[in-house]
Design a binder for this molecule. Structure first.
Ligand SMILES: [Cu+2]
Length: 117
């Protein structure tokens, strides 16, 4: 008797998301907005550097076992997520060209550099 395994739709979605995180691919979603996915794991941002086009949304997912936080404090962008529980997502939209330091107030070693063209 042959044994067949049919992947569930949710398995495929997870695989695509994991691939996007691994390659830091810009994923066009619903219209013209570009979305880049960043994962927080082991108290680091993955990836920890991005080069993106103006208007891109960076989708930061807490894939860790601890609460995180996301903030940007620059002349052209201010953002503060507050506490970011495990499993939740924060979206940052970068509307101005420049280089931005994205940090976590809970874990000072967490550091993401975003260059917006
Ligand atoms: Cu953190």
């Amino acid at each position: 008797m042959a044994f067949r395994v049919t992947p569930r739709k949710s398995d495929l979605t997870g695989g695509v998301l994991a691939l996007a995180v691994f390659l830091s691919v810009v994923v066009p979603v619903a219209g013209a907005v570009n979305i880049v996915i960043v994962s927080q794991r082991n108290r680091h941002f993955h990836p920890d550097t991005l080069i993106i086009a103006r208007g891109t949304v960076v989708h930061v997912i807490n894939d860790d076992r601890v609460t995180h936080h996301v903030y940007v404090d620059s002349a052209t962008m201010k953002f503060d997520s507050g506490e970011q529980p495990v499993g939740t997502t924060v979206d940052l939209e970068f509307d101005h060209p420049g280089t931005y330091q994205v940090l976590c107030a809970i874990h000072p070693t967490m550091h993401l550099v975003v260059t917006v063209k």
